[in-house]
Write a protein that binds this ligand. Structure first.
Ligand SMILES: Cc1cc2nc3c(=O)[nH]c(=O)nc-3n(C[C@H](O)[C@H](O)[C@H](O)COP(=O)(O)OP(=O)(O)OC[C@H]3O[C@@H](n4cnc5c(N)ncnc54)[C@H](O)[C@@H]3O)c2cc1C
Length: 417
C-alpha cells in the first residue's frame, strides 16, 4: 500500500489521517506545534478548560449527517440551543438580539426613520460584497450600528471589499430572537483535542515544521523540515498555508486572533441566562466574549470560564502586546461595566491564520500559489487554512471524506496502470 504523509494535525489533518488509516494505509502526520490546531483547548491551572473561542459542532442533520456520525464514533455529541446577544452601545445592561432582529428596532429613539429605511430597502438579494448584501436587508442605520464596525474589526478589511458565498448561511434578519443554527448545533462531551488524538492513535506523528518539498518532475519525493530532516511518502496531503510549502515569493494574508481565556469569579453573570456569548460592535478591541457554561464541566457558583477574542494581523499592536495587556483590558472592561470580578487564572492563546480573508485579490493570490501545489500529481489538500476558504468543522469533515475518495481513486488508477 502507498505510504501517506499528512501535513498539520488540526481537524483536517486528523480526520483524513483517520479515514485513510481505516482504509489500511500507513499514515505519518507531521505537526509543527501540537495536535488540535485551532480546535486546541485552553487549559487553566485551576483545572478547568475551554475552547480557543467557542467551537460548536453544527451541521445539517440530513445532508451533512456524516459529520455527526464521525464524531459519534469518538464521543457523545449533545444538542444545545445556542443564543448570542449583541451590545451595540458596549453596555452589558443593554443586550440586543444577535442576529439583529426586527424587534430590536424599538430599542432606538429613531425607530421611525429605521422603519422607513427598511421599507425602502430591497431585502435579501444576491450581492457580491458584504456591505451591499447587509444594507439591502437591514438598511443603513442598523447596518452602521450592528454590522459595519464589527465586520471591520473582525476582518481588518473594509466591509465593502468582503465577498463570499457564506453570506446566505451566516446572515439573517429574523422577526424576533433566534437561536444559532436551528436544531443542528451540538457540543461534544469530550475535548476536541482528545477526540482528534484518539482518531490518529494508529498513525505515526512527527513533531516538526514543514518548510518545503523535495521533488522530481511533478512528483513529490519528500518533505523538508525545520529540523533538517526529510520525511518521505508516496502520497502527500497538506492542510497548511500553501505558500509555506511551495517555492514562491508571494505570501498569503490571513486574519489572526489573540484569544484570552480567563477563569473569573464575579458577582454576576455577564449575559442574560440563556445567552452563551456576546458580540461587541462598538470600539472595544475585542469582538466577542463567551461564557463556557455549555461545556460539560461544573464550576462553583459565581465562577465563570470566559474567552475574549482580539482579532488582529500578525505583528500589529494587538498581536504583539504582552500577555498581561489582555487580562488588564478585560479587567478594566468588567470594572467599567460595574461587575465586581477577580481573575483567578488567565491564559493567552495566539491563533495565527485563523481566518482566510474573503477578499478577491487575496483569493486570486491563493489561486496562483495553490496552482503550484496542485501541479504535483501526488499532492492533495484540504482544510480551512490550506484551501483558503471561510469554512467550518462540518465542511472540513466532508472535504476529508471527498479527499479519501480521491486518494482511493488515485491509488486505484495507478494500480490499474
Ligand atoms: C475564533 C474561531 C471560532 C470558530 N468557531 C467555529 C465553530 O463554532 N464551529 C466550527 O465548525 N468552526 C469554527 N471555527 C473554524 C474552525 O476552527 C476551523 O475551520 C478548523 O479548526 C480548521 O481546521 P484545519 O485543520 O483546517 O486548520 P488548523 O486547525 O489551523 O490546523 C492546521 C495545523 O497545521 C499545523 N501547521 C502549521 N504550519 C505547519 C508546518 N509548517 N508544518 C507542520 N504543521 C504545521 C498547525 O500547527 C495546525 O495544527 C472557528 C475558528 C475560529 C478561529
Amino acid at each position: 500500500m502507498p505510504r501517506i504523509t499528512v501535513i498539520g494535525a488540526g481537524v483536517a489533518g486528523c480526520t483524513i489521517s483517520y479515514l485513510l488509516n481505516e482504509e489500511g494505509f500507513d499514515v505519518t502526520l507531521v505537526e509543527k506545534d501540537a495536535v488540535g490546531g485551532l480546535l486546541r483547548e485552553i487549559e487553566f491551572d485551576t483545572g478547568y478548560h475551554c475552547d480557543s473561542a467557542p467551537h460548536l459542532l453544527f451541521f445539517d442533520e440530513e445532508e451533512e449527517a456524516v459529520v455527526g456520525d464521525l464524531f459519534s464514533e469518538f464521543t457523545h455529541i449533545e444538542p444545545h440551543d445556542f443564543y448570542a446577544a449583541t451590545y451595540p452601545r458596549g453596555d452589558l445592561e443593554d443586550p440586543h438580539h444577535y442576529p439583529v432582529s426586527k424587534q430590536n428596532i424599538d430599542r432606538w429613539d429613531d425607530a421611525d426613520q429605521i422603519r422607513e429605511e427598511l421599507a425602502a430597502a430591497p431585502g435579501k438579494t444576491d450581492a457580491e460584497f458584504f456591505e451591499e448584501y447587509m444594507k439591502n436587508q437591514v438598511g443603513q442605520t442598523l447596518y452602521d450600528r450592528y454590522n459595519k464596525n464589527y465586520t471591520e474589526k473582525h476582518w481588518g478589511v473594509d466591509p465593502k471589499r468582503i465577498t463570499g458565498d457564506w453570506f446566505d448561511f451566516k446572515i439573517s434578519f429574523p422577526e424576533e430572537e433566534q437561536e444559532f443554527f436551528g436544531d443542528g448545533a451540538y457540543y461534544p462531551d469530550d475535548k476536541y483535542t482528545d477526540i482528534l488524538e484518539t482518531m490518529i492513535s494508529d498513525c505515526d506523528v512527527v513533531f516538526d515544521g514543514v518548510t518545503g518539498l523535495e521533488t522530481t518532475g511533478d512528483r513529490i519525493d519528500a518533505l523538508e523540515t525545520e529540523s533538517g530532516d526529510r520525511i518521505g511518502g508516496d502520497l502527500f496531503i497538506s492542510t497548511i498555508d500553501p505558500s509555506l510549502v511551495v517555492d514562491t515569493t508571494e505570501s498569503l494574508n490571513y486574519r489572526s486572533m489573540v484569544i484570552l481565556g480567563t477563569h473569573v469569579s464575579a458577582d454576576e453573570r455577564l449575559f442574560p441566562d440563556h445567552v452563551d456569548w456576546g458580540y461587541f460592535p462598538n470600539d472595544y478591541e475585542f469582538t466577542r466574549v463567551t461564557d463556557y457554561e455549555f461545556v460539560p464541566q461544573e464550576t462553583p457558583d459565581g465562577e465563570y470560564i470566559l474567552t475574549t477574542e482580539f482579532p488582529c494581523f500578525i505583528g500589529d499592536d494587538v498581536w504583539s502586546n504582552d500577555d498581561e495587556w489582555y487580562t488588564d483590558y478585560l479587567h478594566s472592561f468588567l470594572e467599567e461595566q460595574g461587575i465586581d470580578a477577580e481573575i483567578l487564572d488567565s491564559k493567552v492563546r495566539r491563533a495565527p491564520r485563523a481566518y482566510p480573508l474573503p477578499v478577491t485579490e487575496e483569493i486570486e493570490t491563493f489561486e496562483r500559489i495553490n496552482s503550484q501545489l496542485s501541479a504535483h500529481e501526488n499532492m492533495f489538500n484540504l482544510g480551512r487554512v490550506s484551501t483558503y476558504e471561510y469554512i467550518w468543522i462540518k465542511d472540513i469533515v466532508q472535504q476529508a471524506y471527498e479527499t479519501r475518495d480521491d486518494v482511493l481513486a488515485h491509488v486505484g488508477a495507478q494500480t490499474a496502470d
